[in-house]
Design a binder for this molecule. Sequence first.
Ligand code: HEC
Length: 222
Amino acid sequence: MKTVIFILLFIPSIAFAAPLQEKYTDLPDPISVDAGKKLYQENGCSLCHGDQGRGDGPLAEGLNNKPRNFQDYEEMKRMPTIRMEQAIHNGLKGTAMPAFGQFSDDEIGVLTNYLRSFLVKSYSDLKMCAFQTYHINAKNLRKPFRVEVDEPEKFNAKVRGKTISFNGKNWPNLLDRKNHRTHFRVMKDDQIVSLISVKINRCQKEMDEMLKNLSFKKAGLN
Ligand code: HEC
């Protein structure tokens, strides 16, 4: 950390804290729901979770711990995919959620995608370092669309053409936490087309390495 502060103070271009590295990906295609819907109906998920995932199936009323609403943004953005997978595979202690140990990993993947589809057309988990900008190509999405970030004071998302660029507004501010999860959503009218969950790491080693290289370049040492 000391070296970072030292370098930030002495290299003016870094002191402005524009992100220093680019990453690229595509916006995922819409979730295909047919296979998931079949599994969901045939295995009785809808009896508790409801046909539309609102937690209002015919058995839900009698339960102490009611199934949550899979259409609720605030609840669902905080639910990592791994947690859904584990709940399906192992069940949830202290609730009526049974274990479905018979499902293959593929089937569990199909089911979690289907549960996401109650709220969004597509979902993705991204990982980035604090000093990076992520460019997401939304080539299959018809304009107009817009992007809303969960923490506008900390993060920026811009749309240029069909590319969505996401980064920390002033990335050194993100270094106070080892990692940070935030979310943004691609919107068309009032619908969430895509929910993107981003895990931001300090990436201390990569950062030290990169800053060292930059400072050598500035000083004309390589
Ligand atoms: C007998 C009722 C019942 C059935 C059948 C059922 N669930 Fe659940 N499920 C629950 C309850 C209750 C919870 C706990 C409250 C919550 O988290 O929504 C839960 C939670 C979950 C969760 C969220 C886990 C978490 O961490 O909160 C997932 C994902 C899930 N169920 C998927 C499924 C799938 C997929 C099926 C069918 C294969 C299914 N459930 C069948 C009652 C049920």
